[in-house]
Design a protein around this ligand. Structure first.
Ligand code: K7E
Ligand code: CUA
Length: 763
């Protein structure tokens, strides 16, 4: 490769405003290492994460967005952020909360009739088939306002939010059963199950309750079905994380707790705070639940209706043998079922040990009726020694455990030590420890919750980012650290600041399993997956006025909105339905009307409605908010809000430009020249094996679509020219040229793609 000489580069660089900083003039790897103070180890780490342009990542991670109420999508190993998905919080880019259909999704999360427009998202879960991630749906919970959301991974849009009918807060969700029959969530802070009933804290033991909810998932509809969902009443032990059985433990679920002391704090009453009272005892309880049998009992009518929702009461659950407890040390946090389902690993936050429970031993104890005691509610308690296979001391503050593709290998986060421990849970041996940045919470391996973890990488989700990044004020970003786990020793590769909310858990899936759509069927309401009532075909755009209701049926295509003028009277209720007629990939149009607080993101094929009351007389520009083509800025129109009873006083038409025959001729020449370019591009494309490239085939189709539109318009300019109406002849000829420009743009894009991807000549 020819090298530019250093002076030349420095010159360019300083002209570009980078200053003469040495890095930019370094031209060998050694120079860069020296100038930037990098070690060979750094270089190796960089090479393991760098994804050059044109290449894609191997895994896609879905991170909880914490208090942002969103989901953050990023890629591994590059750690590049791909998308934020609005879930519990309005998100303007996607029109989420600013168009009618998405407002309805958010309204599903209303509690007692009140809008709740934020959420505290903790645990995302990918839908599973036979215990493996299938890449179809993503679920995520809201801890603060006990809710659960469904995201469809065909379009990465939130489709549904449901409110837990009996809890006041929840934490141990979302977790899915092996075939996503149910999505599970567990309560956190105990409260009376009857929603609006008051009981004093003195009645905590009697009236306050925890529980777990199993939401029935209808995969065909892609929605949770509240009518077929149920909960199980549990003692007020502050249930925490959960996990579902798989393989050997299929049909069971496990939920731990951190305050089986049932302590009620209150410094104001002279009592020590919760933190003292909830951690006083050496053990809490792991709840072991036979959810399959519980579902059968509910189906057999053994549940009690609370707030119209089926709740299997503890008394029934105990009598029918679906609920058991096992002591677990000490104020534990994570409970994680091994890929084969044979073991359940519980990390005792305040204990240095992780406890490996054996499902086989648990079942043996249940079968033999071997219980050491009953809890105050009569739930049988299995002795720890009868349930635990082994305990391993890992370090201070073990929280969460994830699994490797290699058998028996687990990784546990150590919050207090700020380390990841790699260990063997079959042999009870610590294998390696890696210091990570301060105070790791969750960690996550690729497909780590499935029956077939993919190994390779681990992400440490650290709570604090002190000293790690350029400071951005007292509120720091979070720090997700990428770790290579392919070898015997873990290697830290990359620090990624996450600048939105405090993510708790993340799940990652093999990117190849995701099959997102490129476009919608024309006229689709993306939030319901059904045809939109406002869907409009090309040529059928119209404005319908009934009383004070104005409904616009419009379309969008490069580069105009139809209609381009909407006239209403002040006080009218305006609904603007817009259908994106594009079929081309990534040809999204946005839409907003000045000062009416509406916004829509309209991807190819989608129909969206925005609605508002035109309560202010005046002139309101509307426009496309996505830079969709060279003529994007011209993708505009006017909403005219006229005073009541307004009549035009001036009858003159819109100002003419007085184009002449010469102007028309000049435009025709431009059209002919552009056609020559198009023809040459077409000649190139058809001379190679373009049909072997689906992306190019799509571009070519779109290009001919654009060009096809010129036929009718050509007839228009010719008709106008025959009448010597040079004004219209010239303007319609200009419109022909606009379509040619779009055609040429696509053609050139296709040509570049073919050249870069090694297209071959065909005869
Ligand atoms: Cu932050 Cu899973 Cu909600 Cu642990 S949880 S760290
Ligand atoms: Cu459409 Cu900009």
């Amino acid at each position: 490769m020819k090298r530019l000489n250093k002076t030349a580069i420095s010159l360019v660089v300083s002209c570009m405003g980078f200053g003469a900083s040495a890095v930019w003039s370094a031209d060998t790897l050694q120079d860069v290492l020296k100038e930037r103070g990098l070690s060979q180890q750094d270089l190796l780490a960089a090479a393991k994460t760098y994804v050059p342009t044109g290449k894609r990542d191997e895994f896609v991670a879905f991170s909880s967005g914490g208090q942002s109420g969103q989901v953050i999508v990023y890629a591994i190993p590059s750690m590049r952020i791909l998308k934020y998905i609005g879930v519990f919080t309005p998100e303007p880019w996607q029109g989420y909360g600013f168009d009618e259909s998405s407002k309805k999704v958010l309204a599903g999360g209303k509690i007692d009739g009140k809008d709740i427009t934020w959420g505290d998202t903790h645990h995302p879960a990918i839908s599973e088939t036979n215990g493996e991630y299938d890449g179809q749906f993503l679920f995520i919970n809201d801890k603060a306002n006990p809710r659960l959301a469904v995201i469809d991974l065909r379009d990465f849009e939130t489709k549904q939010i449901v409110v837990n009918p009996v809890f006041k807060s929840e934490h141990g969700g979302a977790f899915v059963t092996s075939n996503t029959e149910y999505v599970m969530e567990a309560a956190q802070y105990a409260a009376p199950l009857e929603n609006k009933k008051f009981y004093p804290l003195e009645e905590f033991n009697e009236k306050y309750r925890g529980g777990v909810t199993y939401w029935k998932f209808d995969r065909k509809e892609g929605r949770l079905d509240p009518s077929k969902s149920f909960s199980l009443e549990l003692p007020p032990y502050s249930q925490d994380l959960s996990d579902l059985g798989k393989g050997a433990s299929e049909g069971w679920s496990f939920t731990n707790s951190f305050c089986s002391e049932r302590y009620v704090g209150g410094i104001e009453k002279g009592r020590p705070p919760y933190e003292a009272g909830c951690s006083a005892k050496d053990t809490d309880y792991l709840h072991v639940i036979n959810w399959k049998k519980a579902a059968e009992l509910v189906a057999a009518g053994k549940a009690k209706k609370i707030n119209g929702h089926d709740v299997l009461m503890m008394e029934t659950a105990i009598k029918e043998g679906v609920l058991f407890l096992i002591p677990e040390p000490k104020s534990p946090h994570g409970v994680d079922v091994t890929p084969d389902g044979k073991n359940i690993i519980v990390a005792g936050k305040l204990d240095t040990h992780v406890s490996v429970y054996s499902f086989e031993k648990i079942q043996a104890a249940i079968k033999a009726g071997k219980f050491e005691s009953k809890d105050p509610y009569g739930i049988p308690v299995i002795a720890m020694k009868d349930a635990v296979a082994t305990q391993v001391s890992l370090g201070l503050g073990p929280l969460h455990t994830q699994y490797d593709s290699k058998p028996c290998i687990a990784y546990t986060s150590l919050y207090v030590d700020s380390q990841v421990a790699k260990w063997n849970y079959c042999e009870g041996k610590v294998l390696d420890k890696l210091s990570v940045h301060y105070n790791i919470g969750h960690l996550m391996t690729m497909e780590g919750d499935s029956t077939k973890p993919a190994g390779k990488y681990l992400v440490a989700m650290n709570k604090l980012a002190i000293d790690r990044f350029v400071p951005v004020g007292p509120l720091h970003p979070q720090n997700h650290q990428l770790i290579d786990i392919s070898g015997d020793k873990m290697q830290l590769l990359y620090d990624m600041p996450l600048p939105l909310g405090e993510p708790h858990y993340v799940v990652a899936i093999d990117a190849k399993k995701l099959k997102p759509a490129v476009r919608y069927k024309v006229g689709t309401d993306s939030r319901t997956d059904k045809p939109h009532t406002g869907a409009t075909k090309a040529g059928e755009e119209r404005i319908v006025k009934k009383g004070n209701k104005v409904e616009v049926f419009g379309t969008l295509i490069r580069s105009h909105i139809t209609p381009e003028t909407i006239e209403v009277e002040v006080g009218d209720e305006v609904t603007i339905n817009l259908t994106n007629l594009e079929r081309a990939q990534d040809e999204t149009h946005g839409f907003t009307v000045s000062t009416y607080n509406v916004h829509a993101s309209i991807e190819p094929g989608k129909t969206v409605a925005v609605k508002f009351k035109a309560d202010k007389e005046g002139v309101y520009p509307y426009y496309c908010t996505e830079f969709c083509s060279a003529l994007h800025l011209e993708m505009q129109g006017y909403l005219l809000v006229k005073p009541k009873g307004w009549k035009p006083t001036k009858t003159a038409g819109l100002a003419a430009q007085n184009y002449t025959e010469a102007d028309y001729k000049a435009t025709l020449k431009k059209v002919a020249d552009t056609q020559a370019i198009i023809d040459s591009v077409v000649a190139y494309i058809t001379s190679v094996n373009y049909k072997d490239f689906p992306e190019v085939v799509a571009m070519v189709e779109d290009a001919f679509d654009q060009l096809g539109k010129t036929k009718d318009i050509k007839a228009k300019h010719e008709a106008a020219s025959a009448k010597k109406d040079w004004e219209n002849a010239n303007l319609w000829a200009e419109q022909v040229w606009q379509y040619q420009v779009k055609t040429a743009d696509l053609g050139l894009r296709a040509k570049t793609f073919l050249e870069q991807n090694g297209a071959k000549k065909v005869k």
